[in-house]
Design a protein around this ligand. Structure first.
Ligand SMILES: [Zn+2]
Length: 387
């Protein structure tokens, strides 16, 4: 394992990287716990920990509770030791956050995007990063790197956006462009995979070696972690469950097929369907939700249909890859109360055999969390360099 240059983390061996990652994602932990979880000897743990304590990345806090006759001093990561910028590029705005080393959001800024061409987007990211760094003098000194996340086919290893829904974005060296514009070590990643990294290191994926994150927004995405590794896909495509067939005679999908999960349950498709059902071309998502909660049966049926499509998608993931846990999230889940029974019932009906035991966690997602995902990827490059 190579050590990222210029980011300052004293990881002199693969064992040190494993120890630091373990404390970062599972801490606070005693040295004995670290040794148990990593399979390293206590001498190896002590050797790995010493330079990290000296450099201020780890701390030992005396614990007043007495364990087996002696006080324990658990190790934990000092959150303020480093900060990270995360930026999510959407079609109409840039969302930026600064997080600490434990991926907690410290600052948030939004910047409207009027021109989606590469050059103005990169300039906008640089200005957003500058504004974020101005929020606190500590950021200026301790920001280590920047992560940028967007939808599409993003080759993280090469730092390139091979394809994105933004017009004109083909094979863009986004990592290098943003690094040149900001002066920060930069890593570019697909937005769903970035969010998956955030879950893997700092969320529902901690402690499980395989899980899936399914996001419901305008699109329906899926990030997969198998044997502790985020699946990249040989062709930049993996987990495209939005285009699994849910209804053979269903609505047309933007991919050219019919009845895809996304053409029924994606936020844009569902919104259009609900407006058509209500005969109200200007009805907002919030209004549709309110009316459904108030008892409008036609709208409720529309949400239930979306829930069945999502449940089928989740069962497909469980049947194909057998994750220990599936997290269903995304901004589309604000309406989850209207269809969670259909999600769970369809999942139970379609998951094969013991796959039905896969744990389902349903929770909505705030937009800032996408930018936090980008920051989590930047944090990861402290330990596993981007390239
Ligand atoms: Zn499709």
């Amino acid at each position: 394992m190579r050590v990222a240059s210029g980011v300052g983390l004293p990881l002199h061996s693969p064992a040190a990287a494993v120890v630091f990652t373990t404390v970062l994602t599972m801490g606070p932990l005693s040295r004995v716990d670290v040794a148990e979880r990593t399979g390293l000897s206590s001498a190896a743990v002590t050797k790995a920990v010493r330079p990290l304590l000296t450099a201020g990345y780890l701390e030992e806090t005396p614990d007043q509770r007495v364990h087996v006759g002696r006080p324990a001093s658990p190790l934990h990561v000092r959150s303020d030791a480093a900060f990270f910028v995360g930026v999510k590029v959407t079609a109409d705005e840039l969302i930026g956050v600064v997080t600490d080393l434990r991926a907690r959001i410290r600052s948030v800024r939004h910047r409207p995007l009027t021109d989606r061409a590469v050059r103005p987007v990169v300039a906008g990211i640089a200005e957003l990063a500058r504004d974020l760094l101005d929020d606190d003098p500590a950021y200026q000194q301790n920001v280590r790197s920047l992560g940028v996340a967007m939808a599409g086919d993003v080759d993280r290893a090469a730092g390139r956006v091979r394809y994105s829904p933004l017009p004109g974005w083909r094979d863009v060296p986004l990592g290098d462009l943003v690094a040149a514009a900001t002066g920060l070590v930069t890593v570019a990643e697909n937005d769903v995979r970035a969010l998956t990294v955030a879950e893997q290191w700092f969320g529902a994926g901690v402690g499980v070696s395989s899980f899936a994150l399914v996001t419901v927004g305008t699109g329906i995405g899926c990030g997969l972690v198998m044997n502790n590794a985020v699946i990249q896909g040989s062709h930049g495509v993996a987990g495209e469950i939005g285009h699994v067939l849910a209804e053979p005679d269903g609505p047309e999908c933007h991919c050219g097929n019919r009845g895809c999960v996304e053409s029924i349950a994606g936020a844009a498709a569902l919104g259009a369907e609900l407006r058509a059902v209500a005969g109200n071309p200007t009805m907002s998502a919030a209004e549709a939700m309110a009316r459904a909660h108030a008892g409008d049966e036609r709208l409720r049926a529309g949400y239930r249909r979306a829930g069945r499509a999502i449940g089928l998608a989740l069962a497909t993931v469980a049947n194909l890859v057998g994750p220990q846990r599936i997290v269903l999230s995304g901004e589309g889940l604000t309406a989850v109360g209207l269809y969670q029974d259909e999600v769970r019932d369809t999942f139970a009906a379609r998951a094969f055999g013991a796959a039905v035991d896969c744990e389902l966690i349903l929770r909505p997602l705030r937009f800032e969390q996408w930018a936090r995902g980008a920051a989590a990827v930047a944090i990861q490059t402290l330990i596993t360099p981007a390239r």
